[in-house]
Design a protein around this ligand. Sequence first.
Ligand SMILES: [Mn+2]
Length: 356
Amino acid sequence: MQMTMRWFGKDYDSVSLEYIRQIPGIRGIISTLYGTLPGEVWEKEAIVKLKEEVEAAGLVLAGIESVNIHDAIKTGARERDKYIDNYIGTLERLGKAGVHMVCYNFMPVFDWTRTDLAKPRPDGSTTMSYDQSVIDTIDPDDMSSLIERQSKGFVMAGWEPERLARLKELFAMYKDLDEAGLFENLKYFIDRIMPVCDKYDINMAIHPDDPAWPVFGLPRIVTDREKLLRLVGLSKNPRHGVALCTGSLGTNPANDIPAIIRSLRGRIHFAHVRNLLHTAPGKFEESAHLSSDGSMDMFAVMKALYDINFKGPIRPDHGRAIWGEVCMPGYGLYDRALGAAYLNGLWEAIDKMSGK
Ligand SMILES: [Mn+2]
């Protein structure tokens, strides 16, 4: 595995590349062109500039998270081919720039969802949390203002105001779409982009839905082992794969994450590894990475990744806000650095004990 950290670019992130460079064991950066909207072809110059900026700090651009998918592609609308052509154009430029992993998601309307972005924990830290009973009483229209209100002025990835201003229109687009339709539209998209992925050696990693169940009555198809196996089965091409996010799949306590990892051998191209604490059914908060702080066995997760010979980029995903840091919720420096160090420690121990 290659330990990485997500970085939102110097206009958006409170953390600098110079600080990331000082975290032991991190050389890889996962980034994207913030400010682009789904459906656009990315500017070649902007891609090269991002890459050079990362490299000037002594780091490498290990992948893109995300190149977002236009809603016309997800809904299978008539104009989807135009947007898929644009997506292929972006992949082509990324491939030429030496990018070999692209993460994306296929979630209708809303990206990841939380109800509190700064829930206080007993140790004085704050973290992101989710309570289904809040979602059950909230109007989807109020969801974006709930996130915006709590984001401390940061633009939260996946909650771009330009897109969410069209919420009613978006809900109307997804009105007649069910799970089967979403799978079909994903297959259509995958079949069309695989040739360019082959040409430029790009692994595509679909991120699981977060939380791993339907929200606001919208269908979700990346939620458990059965659906993940169906999903990778949409294409024989191994470049069509998964971003294994323990924090998203783990929102459903019935998901056996190490078993899911083992069943996806060869198809995991990117990993997000973090822990969650389940406090009641449909209710959880993002804990520290340490196994004993949450509900997941992080050793078992890393062991499963080790056993399937996982070679791709991995990141500690989210962290709590600790030590008074003012940061984008989930994306401070300190707790993610602790998480990366812990995951690196687990990996070293597993490797040394394997006798290889
Ligand atoms: Mn994730």
